[in-house]
Design a protein around this ligand. Sequence first.
Ligand SMILES: [Cu+2]
Length: 83
Amino acid sequence: MLKAPLLAAVIAVTALSAVPVASQELCNEAHMKQMDEMIAKMTDEAKKKEATMHLDMSKAEMKKGDMAACMKHMNEAHQAMGL
Ligand SMILES: [Cu+2]
């Protein structure tokens, strides 16, 4: 009787914490480096410029500690990259 609600609570906590964790996984130096490498390989100059601009803004927000804004610009960079 006790196990089901406990499991449900654990799942709920995991689901709630999944969003910020996922954001931080992308807003870090390792992923920024990966992004730089991926953008460097882009052949469409216009899209490359756009992706670089968004990535620069994403990096600036990361330095400020604003992970929500960092992810917003990161997603825009991903879109420019066709991801
Ligand atoms: Cu990225």
